[in-house]
Write a protein that binds this ligand. Sequence first.
Ligand code: MG
Length: 275
Amino acid sequence: MSNLNPLEVGMMFWAVRDTFDEIKTMDVRCGQLAIPGDVAITPEFTAKWKADLQAANFTVVTVFCVYNGEDYADIPTVENTVGFIPPATRAERLRRTIELSDFAAALGVGSIACHIGFVPHDKTHPNYIAVLDMVRRVCDHAATHGQTFALETGQEPAETLLEFFKDVNRSNLKINFDPANLILYGSDEPLPALRLLAPYLASVHAKDGDWPPKDNKSLGNERKLGEGSVNIPAFIKTLKEVGYQGQIFIEREAFDPTERITDMRSEVPYLKALI
Ligand code: MG
């Protein structure tokens, strides 16, 4: 099984968008592999990843599901396009999530994850009921592979997510905690949220950012690690205090590709020094 250390630094990276050869030069031994929605999961694709990971002695901890039609332009667009919330894409995204669970299983990966979108506060809302059912189905399928299913934080306060977890009532439902998302969406203070959600942590993103303007529309800006409002040193300290034993994955998204890769590379020594 895994030879990884608690709090080991890894990289959140993308199939197709990133090249694995580049990721391998970043002085990390593990990562989370995001699969864009338009990538066909063929036997050849699966075999190639399996061979490349083995050859590099690189461990994928999580396969991240990203769906066709998702758009993170601003908060209303996220509400309308991301995850399990939009009714029109639910069936297709359930099918895709199950396909990626099977892909992860073929690689020996023990966790899948995604953004499910904004979970409504109102438990009687049709979206709440439908998404609850969908998450249970994914959990039950993942359980057949011995996998956890991790929901990425950010689009709702920790309290709402905690209530949702109790209602789903599946032991393999977990959290991929992203401290920056809570700030970027203006949804919660990351460090108290981390303490509240600690019993459910499967994996963690190291990402930074600033609070959004108070227009209920715009997202905050992502920042280089240590330069935003998360307080990354305090975040690492809190992870230690709550006894987190998993790995910490550097993530950069909303930047031009060159700057993104350059920043990710420079964030590895920064984070390792803190830990
Ligand atoms: Mg994230």
